[in-house]
Design a protein. Structure first.
Length: 257
């Protein structure tokens, strides 16, 4: 399903995304008409619209479009993409009038299988914004998969860990959750987990990974997903705290659309 500003969308209106690819988005898992962290998703869209387009976005309008598109029962992933079809490469500096594209896709059963990640030196452009320009992230994901891994883990030139291409990473140390203190997109799932379980943020380098008791990836689509390998370092496939985090997260009631 795809709707632009609440109406069926044709291919002409989507050319700007394919040819110019300038905009931002958020993806949310909808289960039985409810979304965990719905207000956080809306806050992200409003904030990023100001950063990307120098324009305001009406969150109530977005909510109306999402409510129209999301099924009332069962799980799915709804993506809200904000872009302006009138902007092109030559006139990217024109005043923007953002449009709202809502698309849906099926949601996989949770929890997903463990993740194996390969570190690579990379930082997304404007990492605090969830932009549609993800060529770099996909390029590194492809390289990681062709090397026998599932995804890429981004680090800086001093091996400080920041994030995955489309997810945050957390580590387990005893009964404590440790989040890397680095420039990244602070995801809605990460923020919700910070609300339900005490955690700290500190610099985490690749050399520190072996000293942790476990690791996990988070985003709205995957929830809490165990990471069992970082480069050549193996991590446990199961840990009581990761199971607890997953339970605490899945038991959040979510907001009704």
């Amino acid at each position: 399903m795809a709707e632009l500003n609440g109406k069926p969308v044709g291919s002409d209106a989507l050319q700007a995304l394919a040819l110019t690819n300038y905009g931002h988005f958020t993806s949310m898992r909808v289960e039985h008409g409810r979304v965990r962290g719905l207000s956080l998703h809306l806050e992200r869209l409003v904030r990023d619209c100001r950063a990307v387009f120098d324009a305001d976005l009406d969150p109530e309008r977005v909510l109306e479009f999402v409510g129209r598109a999301a099924p009332g029962t069962g799980p799915c992933v709804v993506r809200v993409t904000v872009f302006d079809p009138a902007l092109d490469l030559g006139r990217i500096g024109s005043d923007a009038h953002p449009h709202v594209l809502v698309t849906t896709r099926s949601a996989g059963n949770l929890p997903l299988p463990p993740l194996r990640v390969l570190s690579t030196v990379y930082s997304r452009d404007m990492p605090e914004v969830k932009s549609v320009g993800i060529f770099g992230s996909l390029r590194h994901r492809r390289a990681a998969q062709r090397a026998g891994f599932d995804d890429a883990l981004f680090v800086d030139d001093r091996s400080a860990i920041s994030e995955g291409g489309t997810w945050n990473i957390g580590f387990i140390q005893g009964e404590q959750v440790v989040w890397p203190d680095a420039e990244c997109l602070v995801g809605t799932t990460m923020r919700l987990l910070q609300q339900v379980h005490a955690s700290v943020s500190t610099t985490v380098r690749l050399g520190d990974v072996a000293g942790f008791d476990g690791a996990f990836a988070t985003n709205a689509a995957i929830g809490v997903r165990v990471i069992t390998r970082v480069d050549d370092r193996s991590l446990p496939e199961a840990h009581p705290l990761i199971e607890k985090l997953r339970k605490e997260y899945t038991e959040l009631p979510g907001d009704l659309l």
